[in-house]
Design a protein around this ligand. Structure first.
Ligand code: SF4
Length: 481
């Protein structure tokens, strides 16, 4: 799966409101991508109807659920460590049940029940509606598992319970699964085929969020640009759709337009884009609608054509450059970020230099950068030897990180002296006298609180910066309030 802005978040325990009295207590934590955090809100919604309220105290939980990530071995090790912690608590509270959700559940299936004796419940990403039945099984003393991947499930009919919300920004899921089969990626195996959610239910959710005072939404999917609604069903089956279905189908550009026009005061973001699937009409929709933020997370993974081919990324370096040129031409002030992998099998110094030169061309705002981590069951694991020594992977990664730092600093410096619109999201971590929010390009911006409050759109004059943060002074409300 492409990495997203929130993907590096550590696990968060989540709180749901409102709390009813005398109910069972659910402790739920999420690891990995924004999609997992969004799914946990769906799970909380399903279980709230079963009388579960969330708690932040692991010790008092009746049910502990961990929503897991399989993208890297490190992510899986983090979950294993959490299971050890749950085990320690279970010794004090033996009635506590433990369930594993998400990609690790799907990847390991019943092996999880064998390997981790603490686990009572294993539930894949498409089976959350079955949770009430599975919990009943567990309560009757049986282990329970459902890892069936669905061709239809989008949870479009579930109204998520917003967890640990700032009341300003929310995720809205629009697609599930991925059909791309990049050779290093487990997502097609853990999340199944691409399905899109009914645009009407997406617009309704966005309208509901606006009515509740939310100011920004992020449309989420493993591959948002492949969004296609023609009445339901897999994207790959679109060729069998009727003429009417084809004529009235909604693609991602049309969905963006629908959402942006339904709520013109709301900021719209989306993640994640896949270069081979991003079309010009998406860039046009962004350029045309002021409320669609000028920011694209556009993972490239490598700058070498040879490696891109081995990764089964279905675009070339030149095609990526053409896409970047089009973005910069149509949206001159567009922030762009990336994912890059250092040390993919067979990567040579020349391939690595191609990655660095691609970065020089684009000059990304920021990126998510990793050494290659072989994932069991992927095509790369089956067909390619993980032959780049760890030391070399680490050195190449450091060179990528250093170059990114240089470009990030260059880009933030360019903002000094300008005025940017910031949506206030929270108090600055470093100072309780400052607010923190993001500008349209997704750059974190801090400034003195004055009389502004969370959820305000404020024009901020930028006076200083670090490589990751803009520092400024507020000069008034923006006209978006
Ligand atoms: S586009 Fe590739 S990397 Fe992203 S989720 Fe799909 S298979 Fe994984």
């Amino acid at each position: 799966m492409e990495k997203t802005i929130d993907e590096k978040k550590q696990g968060n325990s989540l709180v749901m409101e409102p709390k009813a009295a005398n109910s069972r207590k659910l402790f739920i934590e999420s690891y990995g991508c924004a999609m997992n955090f969004s799914d946990s809100e769906i799970v909380a919604s399903i279980l709230s109807k079963e009388g579960f309220n969330t708690t932040q105290k692991l010790e008092e939980a009746d049910l502990v659920l961990v929503n897991t990530c399989s993208i890297r071995d490190k992510a899986e090790q983090t979950v294993r460590k959490r299971l050890e912690k749950y085990n320690a608590v279970k010794r004090i509270n033996p009635g506590m049940k433990v369930g594993v959700l998400g990609c690790m559940a799907e990847r390991l299936k019943d092996k999880f029940l064998e390997e981790e004796k603490i686990v009572d419940l294993v539930v894949g990403p498409d089976a959350y509606k079955d949770l009430p039945n599975l919990i009943s099984e567990v309560e009757e003393g049986r282990d329970a598992i459902n890892v069936i991947l669905s061709k239809e499930e989008t949870y479009g009919d579930i109204s998520p319970v917003r967890l640990q919300t700032n009341g300003v920004s929310a995720f809205v899921s629009i697609t599930r699964g991925c059909d791309n089969m990049c050779t290093f990626c487990v997502v097609p195996f853990t999340r199944g085929r691409e399905r899109s959610r009914d645009p009407q239910s997406i617009v309704e959710e966005v309208n509901d969020l606006a009515a509740k005072g939310y100011k920004e939404i992020t449309l989420l999917g493993q591959n948002v640009d492949s969004y296609l609604w023609y009445g339901g069903g897999l994207k790959k089956d679109f060729k069998n759709a009727t003429e009417i279905q084809k004529a009235t189908a909604t693609n991602f550009a049309a969905l963006l337009k629908l959402v942006a026009e339904a709520q013109p005061k709301m900021r719209i973001r989306f993640s994640t884009s896949n270069p081979q699937d991003m079309t010009l009409d998406v860039i046009e929709a962004m350029a045309k609608h002021r409320n669609i933020c000028n920011y694209i997370h556009l993972p490239v993974q490598s700058g070498s054509d040879r490696i891109l081919k081995k990764m089964n990324r279905l675009h070339t370096r030149e095609e990526y450059f053409t896409l970047i040129d089009n973005i910069k031409k149509m949206i001159p002030n567009c922030g762009i970020s990336h994912d890059l992998i250092a040390g993919f099998p067979t990567e040579t110094e020349e391939d690595h230099q191609d990655t660095l030169s691609l970065m020089e061309y684009v000059k990304y705002d920021f990126g998510y950068m990793f050494t290659y981590s072989e994932r069991p069951g992927t095509m790369a694991e089956r067909k390619l030897e993980d032959d780049v020594p760890e030391k070399v992977k680490k050195r190449r990664l450091q060179e990528i990180v250093d170059l990114q730092q240089k470009h990030s600093r260059r880009n933030t410096k360019q903002a000094v002296g300008t005025v940017v619109e910031v949506l206030i999201e929270k108090e600055s971590k470093k100072s309780d006298a400052h607010w923190s929010g993001r500008n349209e390009r997704n750059t974190v911006t801090v400034f003195p609180k004055e009389n502004y409050k969370i959820g305000d759109f404020v024009n901020v004059k930028i006076n200083d910066c670090t490589s990751a943060t803009l520092i400024g002074e507020p000069i008034g409300y923006s006209d978006n309030n």
